[in-house]
Design a protein around this ligand. Structure first.
Ligand code: UDP
Length: 238
């Protein structure tokens, strides 16, 4: 049987990934489908940390936040990610996957606080760790939280799940001649403005030489293929 090429990964799921075809919120079927993909790689022995976004519920820079203090709106966005983390943990429990939520904001009645050592211990025990509340700081994004937690937990790679199955030379929906990059360097991604992640997240990955895989979570088996080192999605590395 093919063996995983990574022992420990950090998976970044956007809030939108949980919406399915809905306009807002959490779509149970979609969450269940994502959990099934994660379960597959957990069963292969891969240690999985997840940073979940909140854009399906609230975004600090969204029109809904207009007129609010940015910091207040951002804290609301972080709370939204905690709701998503709880939904994901619940779906994992139903699928028989042991998972823990750790929150960067202290809300102990619903989630334990982020403690790096404890998170690593859970990972070593084969439990999925879902990191909620982003970095715990306003003016950041969950992409940055993914880069940060990825580095902190010594993940070998950050997997950025998107709707498109990698990075393309142009928008594949608009340009039929667009082709997918198998691999790009950090510098190429910056120079060509490929928008892999926001600049803060990307810079952290580049400085720490943390490779990034961009792939589609909606493509059947794609997550597993990335883990097996097969030609899936786009790899960003030095
Ligand atoms: N957020 C924040 N600090 C963080 C992470 C998130 O303030 O470290 C807020 C911010 O308002 C953001 C929202 O939470 O817009 C939801 O996160 P994000 O937009 O990254 O979610 P995604 O796009 O992945 O669904």
């Amino acid at each position: 049987m093919a063996q995983p090429v990574f022992k420990r990964i950090l998976l970044k799921l956007s809030g939108e990934a949980l919406m399915g075809d809905d306009a807002y919120g959490i779509n149970r079927e979609t969450v269940t489908a994502i959990v099934a993909q994660v379960k597959e790689i957990v069963n292969m022995g891969v240690q999985v940390g997840i940073v979940i976004g909140g854009g399906n519920i609230f975004r600090g820079v969204a029109p809904a936040a207009e007129g609010m203090d940015r910091a207040t709106a951002d804290y609301m966005g972080m709370l939204a990610t905690v709701m998503n983390a709880m939904a994901l943990q619940d779906a994992m429990k139903h699928a028989g996957v042991a998972a823990r939520v750790q929150s960067a904001l202290n809300i102990e009645a619903v989630a334990e606080p982020y403690i790096r050592g404890k998170a690593i211990r859970y990972l070593e025990e084969g439990k999925v760790v879902i990191f909620g509340a982003g970095t715990g700081n306003p003016f950041f994004t969950t992409d940055t939280a993914a880069a940060l937690r990825g580095v902190e937990i010594d993940a070998e790679i950050v997997l950025k799940a998107t709707k498109v199955d990698g990075i393309y030379t142009a928008d594949p929906k608009k340009d039929p001649t667009a082709t997918r990059y198998d691999m790009v360097s950090y510098d190429e991604a910056i120079n060509k403005n490929l928008k892999v992640m926001d600049a803060t997240a990307f810079t952290l990955c580049r400085d720490q030489k943390m490779p990034i895989a961009v792939f589609s979570i909606f493509k059947e088996g794609a997550l597993k293929r990335v883990i097996l080192g097969e030609n899936e999605g786009t790899r960003v590395m030095a």
